[in-house]
Design a binder for this molecule. Structure first.
Ligand SMILES: [Zn+2]
Length: 332
């Protein structure tokens, strides 16, 4: 039996969604089984699960296309690295939608893992784009160490600020909540996409300014253009909440904006992977060959730091949120 929004804690409820809530405090097996019944999270979970399968299929097809040479192993390592980052983001989000309404502790744990997936993919994607897609003449960061440092700090900021917003804001959210919540991801994305935006501007708007461009680079830029468009679209969909805003309660099970948001997020990572694959044909592999171990080590360090951040935030937030809802239940 499904519940209405007024029957569950408001922290489990998204704006303009009135029904289709699963009962809280059930065993975990209930939520796993709920994957196969229709409620207001079913499609959100499945879109990311299908997205993950498509990304894994994509990586297999790309690895099969890698021509055998002395750098093919490193190329495969980076392709897998990028795919793991994207799949982690989709799976972390899928688990959040599956378990967030079980208990308050599960809500925090699953959402913090979701933020972890987003921030960590923001980092891995930043590394991949720097290695293969940033062209020197359009690069803002000529110093690799400063770029890596800024990327790591922004990834940690993006995760921390999202955890902070979950802990200290409550419905109805003020506008500052949305700005703060989106700021981390937005800055992280802007830093890594800026050189590519410059390249797109010079290539397609200024018709290259006399620079010759090879076929692979042109193909890559078209894929980048699609990934940037889907990223912007995902942000607009996330903020606007259309169509449910105009007809609250009518799109609870199917057609709510969050479904379109998940589709555009998947499309962003799918097209980014295609763009990077094309960019791999345009670079000199010597430099990459000497740096791949450094990239993997730094990723491991960021992974550990972000895991600690999630752990710490969970232990800060849990008593605050549980106290807040205990007080509310007593009032009722
Ligand atoms: Zn989601």
């Amino acid at each position: 039996m499904l519940l209405r929004a007024v029957d569950v804690f408001d922290i489990y409820v998204e704006p303009f969604i009135y029904s289709g809530f699963r009962p809280p405090n059930q065993p975990y097996s209930y939520y796993y089984r709920s994957l196969f019944s229709l409620h207001n999270e079913t499609l959100s979970v499945w879109i990311h699960l299908f997205g993950t399968i498509i990304l894994i299929t994509q990586i297999f097809s790309q690895i099969l296309q890698v021509s055998m040479n002395s750098y093919s192993t490193i190329q495969c390592i980076y392709l897998c690295y990028n795919c793991i980052g994207a799949c982690m983001m989709l799976l972390c989000s899928a688990q959040a939608h599956l378990f967030h309404s079980r208990t308050l502790a599960d809500h925090l744990r699953s959402f913090y893992l979701d933020y972890f997936g987003i921030s960590f993919y923001g980092f891995t994607s930043g590394i991949i784009l720097y290695r293969f897609s940033h062209k020197q003449q359009f690069s803002t960061f000529t110093n690799e160490t400063s770029y890596y440092l800024i990327l790591s700090l922004l990834s940690l900021y993006s995760l921390s600020v999202a955890c902070f917003c979950k802990t200290y804001y409550r419905r109805p959210y003020p506008f500052s909540h949305k700005i703060l919540q989106c700021s981390g991801v937005l800055i992280l994305y802007l830093v890594q996409i800026w050189p590519i935006l410059n390249n797109i501007f010079y290539t397609f708007i200024l018709s290259n300014n006399g620079r010759t461009i090879i076929k692979s680079e042109e193909k890559a830029l078209v894929w980048h253009l699609i990934q940037i468009t889907s990223f912007i679209l995902s942000g607009l969909i996330f903020v606007a909440r259309i169509p449910e805003r105009f007809c609250p309660g009518s799109f609870d099970l199917c057609g709510q904006s969050h479904h379109a948001f998940h589709l555009t997020i998947f499309l962003t990572s799918f097209t980014q992977a295609n763009a990077v694959f094309e960019d791999m044909h345009t670079i000199s592999w010597n430099n990459v060959h000497y740096n791949w171990k450094k990239d993997m080590l730094l990723s491991l360090i960021v992974f550990i730091l972000e895991s600690i951040t999630v752990f710490v935030w969970f232990h800060i937030s849990r008593p605050t949120i549980e106290r807040r809802y205990k007080v509310d239940s007593k009032k009722q």
